[in-house]
Design a protein around this ligand. Structure first.
Ligand code: SF4
Length: 242
């Protein structure tokens, strides 16, 4: 391998994520700031979003808001009606069951259908509570606490985040909960909930644009010098081209 192409980055572990963040900001520019939704709308969005394109999930949530006068009406609709209304997301049959059951359980436990009351609780307690609902794992609970008006510190680790951080060697192969725990050890104390949201957006964008599942464009990547996987890819393509 040609070391002059890949000089060792002089980075302390504490600066790894901030350095990656700065490089991605330089490459993609500042992501559009999020206008946080209330926790219940974010919960519904996040439950529907797994393995579904972001724009499709947004369209489905807009459609739900047009079709049902309130989230109570969505909860009380038949499974068939809900499944039809969300048919553009992946696994609409499973998600209809999870959504209806979650909305019913929230109503049963709190007395009405809202998640605004979560604001009075600690973040770990909120996440454990949310993760009791069907289909809700660490990705969804992190999205609810971080992206919504709750605005707590958490890192939403989706499939893009898993892939990019594993390729960068920041975490070994692991599930989203373990990966989030390991990454949060690298997050500076000074990063606010908004910074973590911005970091998630940048990594996700990178996973969608350059560090794709099937065809990572490592030679164009601003993180190449930091990336063990990318260096191997580039070396392989150099060998293939020679
Ligand atoms: S160098 Fe390649 S594998 Fe590494 S982060 Fe960039 S695109 Fe992904």
């Amino acid at each position: 391998m040609n070391d002059s192409l890949f000089p060792k980055p002089p980075r302390e572990p504490d600066d790894q994520l901030p350095h990656i963040h700065r490089l991605l900001l330089g490459y993609y520019g500042q992501p559009k700031p999020r206008e946080p939704w209330d926790p219940l709308k974010q919960f519904i969005y996040s439950l529907l979003s797994s393995r579904t394109k972001t724009e499709t999930t947004h369209q489905v949530v807009r459609h739900l808001q047009r079709q049902f006068a309130s989230w109570d009406d969505l909860r009380d609709a038949s499974l068939k009606e809900i499944e039809d209304a969300i048919r553009d997301v992946t696994f609409p049959d499973q998600k209809a069951v999870q959504l209806k059951s979650s909305l019913q359980q929230i109503t049963h436990r709190y007395g009405k259908l809202t998640l605004d009351f979560l604001a009075q609780y600690r973040t770990d307690k909120i996440r454990a509570w949310l993760e009791q609902f069907p289909g809700v794992g660490s990705k969804t609970s992190a999205a609810v606490v971080n992206f919504s008006t709750l605005r707590r510190r958490a890192l939403c680790v989706d499939s893009h985040h898993l892939r990019v951080t594993q390729r960068l060697g920041l975490t070994p192969r692991a599930d989203a909960a373990t990966t989030e725990e390991r990454l949060m050890r690298l997050v500076p104390e000074t990063w606010t909930a908004e910074m973590l949201d911005e970091h998630h957006s940048l990594i996700k964008l990178h996973g969608q644009r350059l560090c794709t599942f099937t065809d990572p464009r490592c030679t164009d990547c601003p993180l190449l010098r930091l990336c063990p996987f990318g260096k191997k890819q580039v070396t392989k393509s150099d060998i293939a081209a020679s």
